[in-house]
Design a protein around this ligand. Structure first.
Ligand SMILES: Nc1ncnc2c1ncn2[C@@H]1O[C@H](COP(=O)(O)OP(=O)(O)OP(=O)(O)O)[C@@H](O)[C@H]1O
Ligand SMILES: [Mg+2]
Length: 254
């Protein structure tokens, strides 16, 4: 059984079919990528999977459970984490505090309850801090843990967001254009980090425009165009797919 199974998923905005009957699956311990031109429906697809948007039709099965239309926090509790195309972090908090929020998803106490100073809550808080630090160390940004997030270089902020997502120890991590805004050196580093995250047993669903990154790290690639899946296969198959090549060459022309 696949970790994620999306079947005939559809969502329109007014007359626009942003996601138009998309089916695909993502396997455990694999990096599955979704590519396609701007406006192809990639982020909408992520929002439908993670519960930020309700589909008009279709189903989403996650780890054997039907999560279609489920609220984002419930989906998160079941082991799905995500990062966003535009970074969503509290700029005034430290990097560590931002990552701790990610860990609180799994805590028995909600964030406010954990703030109450009962001995149990303090122990829980210490555990959360330790788990958050583990995620921070995994991503190699320990030196920034105590710094105000808004003051950090953009590439480091992206890593903080990644650390926050993995701090919840998700089964599946959704990454929406994690390389956007990164320079070449940072993008190479990101590929290595994604590999490290996968080695931790976290499966990955990736939306990305950087084709060398996608071709380099993906096990499987699905291609969207105008809301529809037009191809799926291994990187090599996608690179030699005529329709896909035409779309990307067409983009280069203008
Ligand atoms: N909330 C919304 N209301 C109306 N239209 C929307 C909404 N969200 C997305 N769309 C439209 O749906 C289509 C798909 O958008 P989406 O953001 O999913 O594309 P994308 O593949 O993620 O593009 P990009 O590569 O630029 O991020 C676009 O035409 C977009 O304008
Ligand atoms: Mg998008």
């Amino acid at each position: 059984m696949s970790l994620l199974e999306v079947a005939s998923l559809a969502r329109s905005f007014g007359g626009l079919r942003a996601v138009d009957g998309v089916s695909f699956s993502a396997e455990k311990n694999r990096i599955t990528s979704v590519i396609g031109p701007n406006g192809a429906g990639k982020t909408t697809l992520f929002n439908l999977i993670a519960g930020s948007l309700e589909p008009d039709s279709g189903t989403v099965l996650f780890d054997g459970e039907d999560i279609t239309g489920m609220k984002p926090f419930r989906v998160a509790r079941r082991g799905m984490a995500r990062t966003f195309q535009a970074i969503k972090l509290s700029r005034r908090m430290t990097a560590l505090e931002n990552v701790m929020i990610g860990r609180h998803v799994r805590s028995r106490a909600g964030f406010p309850q954990a703030m109450l100073a009962s001995p149990w809550a303090r122990r829980e808080e210490r555990r959360i801090r330790e788990e958050a630090m583990k995620a921070i160390e995994l991503l190699g940004i320990a030196e920034y843990a105590g710094r105000e997030t808004g003051s950090l270089p953009f590439g480091v902020q992206r890593s903080v967001e990644l650390a926050r997502a993995i701090a919840s120890e998700p089964k599946l991590l959704l990454l929406d254009e994690p390389a956007s805004g990164l320079n070449i050196r940072e993008t190479v580093g990101l590929a290595e980090l994604i590999g490290r995250i996968r080695a931790e047993g976290i499966s990955i669903l990736l939306v990305e425009h950087d084709m060398s990154l996608v071709m380099d790290i993906s096990d499987e690639i699905a291609v969207l165009n105008f809301g529809r899946k037009i191809a799926q296969g291994k990187p090599r198959e996608i690179q030699s797919n005529r329709e896909v090549v035409d779309i990307y060459l067409g983009e280069d022309d203008d």
